[in-house]
Design a protein. Structure first.
Length: 558
């Protein structure tokens, strides 16, 4: 029987090419298991000559699935080289993965005396490039026990740039290999993948237009095994190597991985920042800033590094950072991060005693004098989480008068910006102003009042209720002059203040035992140059039942 002769044979042949793959396994195709190979080869040839090439492919497919693995290896030499490759590829991709591994082992043994072993190479290539990561892991496990060279070749093909595998695929295979107990091949896969990224230009190693695939390697490991710290452990081992070339190569690789990561949490950047020695970290950040053109990622690593607990390590970091030209201009930012304290501490800044110790360590680590000056300024203007007494102490450490004045101005402005936030501690704000006032740091107090009454931040708007409430708190704290200054600065700004704002503030002011409330209104609203605005405000005061205040404003015109 040929499988093509007669009506019954034609029906069987037609059935062979139905789209459903499972059709190739039913009794309609049993003839491929009984036919002699030379006869089968002749049928394939006739099909192609009669323009039934797809039919020939389906027949070959059925042969690959229904004949025993051992027979395929024994009979494959009867086929044309191209048919042989297709036959074995079909078996390797469509049969159970254990049989695919057996096929590779037996074909390797059959081709052991020939060079090159093209069919074995084809089997390995097709499995590595087209089967699922878990299938490939099982394939490697079986081969590792019987033909370790084939297992190694499979991993190499999978990791290669020509495999079409994404870095997510490679992270999946790494996870699957370790689950199968193939730790050596898992390590080999990771090394090959990372080496391709390190050696290739930006955008290589399977990356898309925006480098998403390179970024996905770190992201994929973070997603698949957040507690496994796969990349983190690998980097730690390489940075501790005695080979200087390997260490430098690792730094560049890590910089590239971090630079190509997207936004959001970056576990690798956090780990590197918190655990890497200052000398390595500074070089890595320099690569990020210069070679990778990724200042944002450099800032991210720097932010985590600033959380070091060891004051001496911080001093080494600052001194080394300032000496690198591409990083020098961001030394101020590094010190600001250090002053802010570890991110895990929330809003608690670094303790004053640690800052004092850091200031002492800087010259001992050969840091430029500029570093100490910048540290003191950064500490003095970081007002979040500080008491008034802390601010006075920190401003007192700023040695040069001109620098202290600049720091006081900035500290006052930041205090005002902080109290404008929802649910801000207004009593804490007043306590800070009182401490600064008593320490004769009036420049900071005036700066706070100016910012509160006329915000300089882009998009910020004046809050009449806040101004009135803070003024009342200042008055009750015994800071009458400061309360007066705040209200005066607010009310005299006719370009910013609306009539509703004036009514809001006046309502609060008149509730205070402020002896010169009349003088305040006459000296501010009463002197507005915009007559229409002033008259509208007077009308609004009267409508709100503040006729006395309205008369004070009018009286200033007489």
């Amino acid at each position: 029987m040929t499988g093509t002769e007669g009506t019954h044979g034609a029906r069987r042949t037609d059935h062979l090419f139905q789209p459903d793959l499972t059709e190739s396994l039913n009794e309609a195709y049993a003839w491929v298991t009984r036919i002699e190979v030379p006869q089968f080869v002749g049928i394939l040839r006739r099909m192609r000559e009669e323009h039934r090439g797809a039919m020939a492919m389906r027949a070959l497919h059925a042969f690959a699935l229904r004949r025993p693995v051992g027979e395929l290896v024994e009979l494959v030499h009867h086929f044309d080289r191209r048919d042989a490759v297709m036959l074995m590829a079909t078996a390797a991709l469509s049969r159970p993965v254990g049989e695919a591994a057996e096929l590779a082992v037996m074909q390797q043994e059959a081709e052991s005396g020939s060079e090159p072993a093209t069919i074995t190479a084809s089997i390995v290539h097709d499995v590595a490039c087209q089967r699922t990561a878990f299938d490939v892991a099982v394939f490697v496990r079986v081969l590792e026990q019987r033909q370790s060279a084939l297992a190694k070749r499979t991993v190499k093909v999978f990791a290669g740039a020509g495999s079409g595998r994404t870095n997510l695929d490679k992270a999946l295979l790494h996870t699957a290999l370790r689950d199968e107990g193939c730790h050596r091949e898992a390590d080999r896969l990771l090394g090959l993948t990372l080496r391709a990224i390190a050696d290739g230009p930006p955008g290589a190693a399977g990356a898309g237009e925006d480098g998403e695939e390179i970024a996905d390697l770190a992201g994929a490991f973070q997603h698949l095994s957040p507690a496994g710290r796969v990349l983190e452990r690998w980097v730690e081992e390489r940075l501790a190597a005695s080979d200087a070339t390997e260490v430098e190569r690792t730094k560049r690789l890590v910089a590239r991985l971090i630079a190509r990561r997207g936004t959001g949490h970056d576990a690798l950047a956090e780990h590197i920042g918190r655990t890497t020695q200052p000398r390595h970290l500074v070089k890595l950040c320099a690569i990020l800033a210069k070679d990778e053109a990724s200042p944002a990622k450099c800032a991210l690593v720097r932010h985590h590094a600033a959380g070091y607990k060891s004051v001496q390590e911080l001093a080494v970091l600052v001194a080394s950072w300032q000496r690198v030209p591409v990083l020098t201009r961001t030394t101020r930012d590094l010190l600001a991060d250090i002053v802010a304290g570890p991110s895990a501490s929330g809003f608690a800044p670094r303790p004053l005693e640690e800052l004092r110790q850091l200031d002492e360590w800087l010259p001992l680590e050969d840091a430029a004098p500029e570093c100490s000056r910048l540290l003191r300024h950064a500490a003095a203007v970081r007002v979040e989480g500080r008491s008034g007494a802390d601010l006075v102490t920190l401003l007192g450490r700023v040695e040069r008068s001109r620098d202290r004045t600049r720091a006081a101005l900035e500290a006052g402005r930041r205090l005002a910006v902080a109290v404008m936030e929802p649910d801000a501690d207004r009593d804490g704000f007043v306590d800070c102003l009182r401490a600064l006032h008593e320490a004769r740091l009036s420049v900071a107090v005036r700066a706070a009042c100016r910012e509160l009454s006329d915000p300089s931040s882009p998009g910020a708007t004046v809050d009449a209720e806040l101004v009135a409430d803070v003024a009342g708190r200042l008055h009750r704290a015994g800071l009458d002059n400061v309360a007066w200054t705040l209200l005066e600065r607010f009310l005299e700004n006719e370009q910013l203040v609306t009539r509703t704002d004036v009514v809001e503030v006046v309502g609060q002011v008149l509730e205070l035992p402020l002896p010169d409330a009349e003088l305040l209104l006459r000296a501010t609203v009463g002197r507005w140059s915009d007559v229409g605005h002033r008259d509208d405000t007077v009308a609004a005061l009267r409508a709100a039942g503040r006729s006395e205040a309205a008369e004070w404003v009018v009286k200033s015109l007489r």
